[in-house]
Write a protein that binds this ligand. Structure first.
Ligand code: ITT
Length: 197
């Protein structure tokens, strides 16, 4: 099977994408974009997850000459009108810990029944000089009142998936991978990945 460039700088995503593919398609082989000296950071200027995922995948395929898989994701909070959404990684501009603090601060006084949220992910697979395939995944849940748990990354200590009473950071990788926005998007893009073989 052809090598695929994993076009992300987020180590939490790298871990999850590899873990999810180990189950979905064990033959898939990933290489890091960091191994290509010409590769630069892609500015996420799009207003949608699709735009940013497509931009990152196209750039990585161009600079590496290999098929490239990228994803753009975020957390969309009902009580915040869908924010931080596509801007989730830059919400506080000070990293994951500060993002979580800011979210708790913005949601102070919001009752349990109104703390609904969705993680969303768009995966994009670009073939050098060819087309880009897209697939979307979502996972609904709610935002807790305090950070809990040590697994995962980003907003996981705050995100309680629907049907559970614990956060993704408490539930751990098996539960998260069974239902996450990333797993759902990657499962849907699988046929396009298999056609690369
Ligand atoms: P790349 O663009 O290099 O892939 P990034 O961290 O900038 O890395 P995004 O722009 O897609 O990626 O931002 C997604 C943000 O949404 C990420 O930084 C997290 O804060 C949050 N996020 C997405 N999926 C998540 C998950 O499964 N668990 C926790 N937080 C998540």
């Amino acid at each position: 099977m052809a090598e695929i460039v994993l076009a992300t700088r987020n180590q939490g995503k790298v871990r999850e994408v590899k873990r999810i593919f180990r189950k979905l398609l064990p033959a898939a082989r990933f290489v890091s974009l960091a191994g290509f000296p010409k590769a630069r950071e892609v500015r996420e200027t799009g207003n949608t997850l699709e735009e940013n995922a497509g931009k990152k995948a196209r750039y990585a395929a161009g600079v590496s000459g290999l098929p490239a898989l990228a994803e753009d994701s975020g957390i969309f909070v009902d009580a915040l009108g869908g924010r931080p959404g596509v801007k989730s990684s830059r919400y506080s501009s000070k990293g994951d810990a500060a993002n979580n603090k800011k979210m708790l601060h913005e949601l102070r006084g919001v009752p349990a029944g109104k703390r609904g949220a969705a993680y969303k992910c768009v995966a994009a697979l670009a073939v050098p000089g060819g087309r880009v395939f897209f697939a979307r995944g979502e996972c609904r849940g709610k935002i807790g009142f305090v950070e809990k748990g040590k697994n995962g990354f980003g907003y996981d200590p705050l995100f309680i998936p629907a049907g559970f009473a614990k956060t993704f950071a408490e539930l751990g990788p098996r539960v998260k991978d069974g239902m996450s926005h990333r797993k759902r998007a990657l499962k849907r893009i699988l046929p396009a990945v298999k056609r690369l073989a």
